[in-house]
Design a protein around this ligand. Structure first.
Ligand SMILES: Cc1ncc(COP(=O)(O)O)c(C=O)c1O
Length: 356
């Protein structure tokens, strides 16, 4: 039976990338060594890291003056590393609370600084940039561009604000073009659109560096890592190599404008069924809906369970909602093919006809 994964992360990879990584596991870059045993100091790994950086700079059109760091820890660790690295002499940071992940980011900052909540969303809408009340005393303002658990996404790029703008783009980095010059720091775990878990990309403007708190461990210090080209300690070599393959794949597909078009088409197909039906219910208001995580519920929890069990039996996997929210979540990141979405849409139509 064909299987189709809609996992919110780690999510599926394109088969051609999986095959290339499988070959790298045996002999990486004609080095005679497996990727598993390729030293991070080797010429081959240095080239892989360089290639990943070049692709990311080209795809995102990153202006001069930004560093691209390949770090460990996952976005959740960076929730704490952000205040450690960015506060400098200041004692306050702004957070726009739009859902579960931005709430976690704000809570992680509290032991380190005053947290000013610039705006609060609800489960159906994100506060738009014009409504953010940002304090000029803050070291930075933090936003989450896609709330993976609630299925909400910011579709308006903020204008340049008075304090550095920091964005968690874990769920939507490289899924659409970004006006990078509006941001001072962007970070993302890799396991959704960029390959394997264990890698966090941090793209940071030069003038935000040099502010880390005394005692910040060297591998977690953005300034030291920028100077050492992400090699203060052993980088997550396997995840970096997978990311390089994914970035090459995105580039060959046609880049970020095409990714956006396809991701929108996939999510629109699922939202169309939801909006037509009355049986499936989506909390997210249409202008705020994520084109990557389509979250919905059925009329009761028992039907949610049946839906998930029957979908799994049909090879439609990993459709459960976030544990704190429940319901159904179809994540349709870059690598999820349109055929998987068509299969899901047919299943939803047929399930509603039988159980609705
Ligand atoms: C928006 C967002 N931020 C942060 C995280 C946490 O990432 P990690 O588990 O890699 O720490 C997630 C995970 O799903 C996420 O969706």
């Amino acid at each position: 039976m064909d299987v189709h994964s809609f996992a919110s992360g780690p999510s599926m990879l394109p088969p051609s990338v999986v095959e290339a990584v499988a070959r790298d596991m045996v002999d990486c870059a004609a080095s005679g060594r497996s990727l598993l045993g390729l030293p991070f100091t080797s010429r081959e790994f240095t080239e892989i890291l360089g290639r990943a950086e070049t692709y990311i700079r080209q795809l995102l059109a990153i202006p001069d003056g930004y560093h691209v760091l390949f770090l460990q820890g996952g976005a959740s660790s960076h929730f704490t590393l952000l205040p450690m690295n960015l506060l400098g002499n200041l004692r306050q940071a702004d957070y726009v609370e739009t859902g579960l992940w931005s709430h976690r980011a704000a809570e992680a900052a509290r032991p380190w600084c005053e947290v000013n909540i610039s705006a609060r969303g609800n489960r159906s809408a994100m506060p738009l940039p014009d409504d953010w009340q940002i304090s000029a005393q803050s070291a930075y303002c933090h936003i989450t561009t896609n709330e993976t658990a609630e299925g909400l996404q910011l579709h308006t790029w903020p204008e340049k604000i008075d304090v550095p703008l920091v964005a968690d783009m874990t769920a939507d980095l490289l899924t659409r073009p970004v006006l990078m010059e509006r941001f001072d720091l962007v970070y993302a775990s890799a396991q959704k659109n960029l390959g394997a878990a264990g890698l966090t990309i941090v793209i940071v403007r030069e003038d935000l560096l040099g502010k880390s708190r005394e005692g910040t461990p060297a591998p977690l210090d953005y300034t030291l890592q920028a100077t050492a080209h992400s090699k203060v300690n052993t980088p997550p070599t396997i995840a970096v190599a997978v990311a390089a393959r994914m970035l090459e794949w995105i580039t060959r597909q046609g880049g970020l404008a095409l990714m956006e078009e396809l991701n929108r088409k996939k999510s629109d197909a699922i939202y169309a069924i939801i909006d037509r039906s009355g049986f499936y219910r989506c909390n997210a208001a249409p202008p705020h809906r994520s084109m990557l995580n389509v979250c919905f519920k059925l009329p009761n929890a028992e039907l949610d369970k049946r839906f998930l069990a029957e979908a799994t039996a049909e090879g439609l996997l990993d459709l459960g909602g976030h544990v704190d929210i429940g319901g159904i979540r179809a994540s349709v990141y870059n690598a999820v093919p349109e055929q998987s979405v068509s299969k899901l849409v047919s299943f939803m139509t047929e399930f509603e006809a039988r159980r609705g």
